[in-house]
Design a protein around this ligand. Structure first.
Ligand code: ZN
Length: 303
């Protein structure tokens, strides 16, 4: 089952009825790529990206890395958390271009240990996991990271049902390929593959990831995927929500997903004194937005 296939089973969502005006940030003007759309472009004519990853310093503790030339549906956030004794990278994107050098350049001391936490194993979160030595994932999804399915950058592999679902949800049309620029002049689109990245450690609910002067607690937040985890930093009220909660349409009824579990995860998050959420997609948001989103989805799901 490919990620596209999973999306193909997420039909039935009618975002037009949403009082929250979903979808939101991921298709705002600021997120529309500045280069020409790849739609209709022969792959050979795709422009060369000036840089594949965009790196934004959120504050002294957090750096955000994004892939703006990936179609918005699969353009995920990577968060680098700077610590005294070690740094933590939360997710690793699509793996279309080398990520480790970009991460190292963003670190204050690239000689320190670096921990990669995969929040779950959908393609847009584990693509470059193999580049990092220390790889953590929840045990439920360890197999998927060790032996990922076959993936392609060509949208022809996306089913008609999935295309219709994306359109209903309000996402932009798919492009011929899911990138609108090339990371290097000689990039081989058909050479894309998701490489095995067996976990070197497993994370369970309640486990602490200790960076020396910063400790984050693993939250098992199943629903979007069975082994979905978030990371909670209580002193600052910061939640790394991954794909359990982000500021865009949630996906809850595809393969490996469970709406009852998802509802429990949202209720659990709501009960925390969250001040800011850094999600797996889209810009960060605050408590009021979190409350509104959770209220909305819990009402929609009725569980
Ligand atoms: Zn996901």
């Amino acid at each position: 089952m490919t990620f596209h296939g999973q999306f193909a089973q997420t039909c039935g969502t009618d975002f037009e009825t949403f009082g929250l005006q979903l979808p939101r940030a991921r298709i705002r003007d600021s997120f529309v790529p500045t280069l020409p759309s790849a739609k209709g472009f022969p792959v050979t004519q795709l422009p060369l990206a000036d840089r594949w990853y965009h790196v934004t310093r959120v504050d002294d503790r957090i750096t955000l890395i994004t892939e703006p030339h990936v179609h918005p549906i699969w353009s995920a956030n990577m968060h680098l958390v700077h610590g005294r004794d070690a740094d933590l990278l939360i997710d690793s994107g699509m793996g279309i271009a080398p990520l480790a050098p970009v991460v190292d350049a963003a670190r204050r001391d690239a000689g320190k240990p670096l921990i990669l936490l995969s929040t779950h194993t959908h393609v847009d979160h584990i693509g470059a996991a193999y580049e990092f030595e220390t790889r953590l994932v929840h045990p439920v999804e360890a197999q998927a990271q060790a032996a990922p399915g076959r993936y392609t950058l060509r949208s022809a592999d996306v089913s008609d049902a999935a295309r219709a679902m994306f359109a209903r949800a309000g996402y932009p049309d798919l492009w011929d390929v899911i990138i609108d620029a090339l990371p290097s002049p000689d990039y081989d689109i058909d050479g894309y593959t998701l490489k095995p990245a067996p976990a070197t450690g497993l994370v369970e609910d309640g486990q602490i990831i200790d960076l020396g002067d910063w400790q984050g607690e693993i939250l098992h937040l199943p629903g979007h995927s069975a082994g979905q985890v978030g990371l909670w930093h209580e002193p600052s009220g910061t939640l790394f929500g991954a794909d359990a909660v982000y500021d865009g349409p949630l996906i809850w009824d595809g393969a490996g997903m469970n709406v009852t579990d998802y509802a429990a995860s949202l209720r659990r998050v709501l009960a925390l004194p969250v001040q800011v959420v850094h999600g797996g997609h889209d810009p960060a948001f605050g408590r009021d937005r979190l409350q509104a989103m959770c209220d909305h989805y819990l009402r929609l799901w009725g569980v």
